[in-house]
Design a protein around this ligand. Structure first.
Ligand code: ADP
Length: 453
């Protein structure tokens, strides 16, 4: 056989079933023809018998083929409609048993699974579309050629264009090149019809219909910052007016009485005592106001930390010894040195120790300081057995105080110092006993480590 000769064509499955049936009946037909030949019968009768046998044989073979192949065709049709996404056709299982019944049953179950999955997918994508439309973050999807393929409602607002107008345009045409290039996440200034602003850019890769899409998510930082700022101002103004009024009200009323006394000749002679006392109050309140302003200045003008190695054990022990009102127990931790601004850290810790001692004084409880170092963080914990507090949210608000002579600056200043060092300051209730626990968490950079390449 030449190598280029086409392979012999095999008869199809349906034909093979028919040929198989014919082959199975062939011996019987031959036997009946032989019998008809051997039995003494007229030729016409012999012919009729042979014809009847052959017709019956062929009809039977055709019937078997149709019974065998028919259900397979039906099954194929149902599978084809499943592939087309038509889940309305179900196979009738009644009266069908054996392996065909099993095949019908499995095909029907497959159809039910596909239908449920299709409903789930439709619902999920409807939900996703709704979420994308409602969320505030701006979302774009660009294809590999840099053309916009998808955008949500917030993105339409940012561009000042409708979806129909924007989809298909390049990032350049939409003045969005910056969001597709450069590192991400990062903060970016964008100016667009909806206004200029600062945005945080995040990028990721997604696939839709086998196509690679670059997803760009922009979160509006300007609005978040503005709201945060407004809240901070509100809190600050509340505390400032409280503090200023506390001083101004007595100054106003006492100075008014003193003026009255001085104007009234008769009263002036009797004012020998009232005058100095009134002036003393005015002086005291003015002093308190200037102390308050000095504290405010400290908070507002905190310089950036000047980093140098600080031995944690030494720092903690020195702060504990500074407190003379009661004994502060030091629970030694591992020997650790960190890079920090020594003066600022002392300021931060002394505020925490002072608060703990003042809280513990009221109950006669104890105060302790300990530290632990794990991974790349250092945690200094100041614990007291005072009465504790109700809600930690207000305590860090500048100038919030519950003490008669308090400034309300300690915790706010300590937190600013710790955050300027890249750390966190938390005030928590103690787990099992009354009292508070201040946790000062700092990055424990090894001062001897060489900077990386
Ligand atoms: P000040 O000590 O001048 O009041 P702070 O900012 O240091 O200012 O503290 C603010 C408030 O937080 C305190 O007035 C007090 O009510 C509360 N506070 C701080 N530390 C503790 C503590 N260890 N236990 C209970 N309350 C505390």
């Amino acid at each position: 056989m030449s190598p280029s000769a086409p392979p012999p064509r095999r008869p199809g499955y349906d034909t093979r079933v028919l040929l198989g049936m014919l082959a199975a009946g062939l011996p019987g037909i031959l036997a009946s023809a032989l019998l008809a030949w051997l039995v003494p019968l007229p030729s016409a009768a012999r012919l009729v018998i042979v014809l009847l046998a052959v017709t019956g044989w062929i009809s039977l073979a055709l019937a078997v083929r149709s019974r065998t192949v028919g259900p397979i065709r039906t099954l194929a049709n149902v599978l084809a409609s499943l592939r087309e996404g038509d889940f309305s056709i179900r196979l009738r299982e009644e009266g069908v048993d054996g392996s065909l019944g099993l095949a019908y049953h499995e095909a029907n179950r497959l159809e039910a699974v596909f239908r449920d999955q299709r409903i789930g997918a439709v619902e999920a994508s409807a939900l996703l579309r709704r979420v994308l439309a409602e969320i505030d973050v701006v979302l774009f999807a660009f294809d590999d050629a840099g053309r916009l393929r998808l955008l949500n409602r917030a993105a339409e607002r940012l561009l000042g264009r409708s979806r129909e107008d924007a989809v298909g345009r390049t990032a350049g045409e939409l003045r969005l090149e910056a969001v597709l290039s450069g590192p991400a996440p990062r903060t970016l200034e964008l100016s667009h019809p909806s206004g200029d602003g600062r945005w945080q850019v995040r990028r990721s890769i997604a696939r839709q219909g086998g196509e690679r899409l670059r997803l760009v998510v922009l979160s509006d930082l300007t609005r978040a910052l503005r709201e945060e700022e407004r809240e901070a101002w509100k809190r600050l103004i509340r505390v400032l007016s409280h503090e200023i009024n506390n001083s101004l009200a007595p100054i106003k009323s006492i100075s008014a009485s003193l003026i009255e006394i001085l104007e009234d000749g008769a009263a002036r002679d009797a004012a020998d005592e009232d005058l100095p006392r009134g002036l003393e109050v005015i002086h005291g309140r003015a002093e308190s106001l200037s102390r308050f302003m000095a504290a405010y200045a400290t908070l507002a003008r905190l310089p950036p930390p000047e980093l140098a190695p600080v031995d944690v054990g030494e720092w903690v022990s020195r702060m504990a010894k500074l407190e003379t009102r009661s004994d502060v127990q030091v629970i030694p931790g591992p020997r650790t040195t960190i890079l920090a601004d020594r003066a600022q850290l002392e300021q931060a810790l002394i505020n925490l120790v002072r608060n703990a001692v003042e809280a513990a004084e009221e109950t006669g409880g104890a105060v302790s300081i300990g530290w632990s170092a794990g991974g790349d963080t250092l945690e200094v914990v100041v614990e007291d057995e005072g009465a504790g507090f109700h809600d930690a949210a207000d305590l860090f608000v500048p100038f919030y105080t519950t003490k008669a002579t308090g400034s309300g600056i300690g915790l706010a200043l300590s937190r600013r110092i710790v955050e300027a060092h890249g750390g966190r300051l938390l005030l928590e209730k103690r787990d099992a006993a009354p009292g508070a626990r201040a946790r000062l968490i700092l990055p424990a950079r090894d001062p001897t480590a060489q900077p990386g390449p």
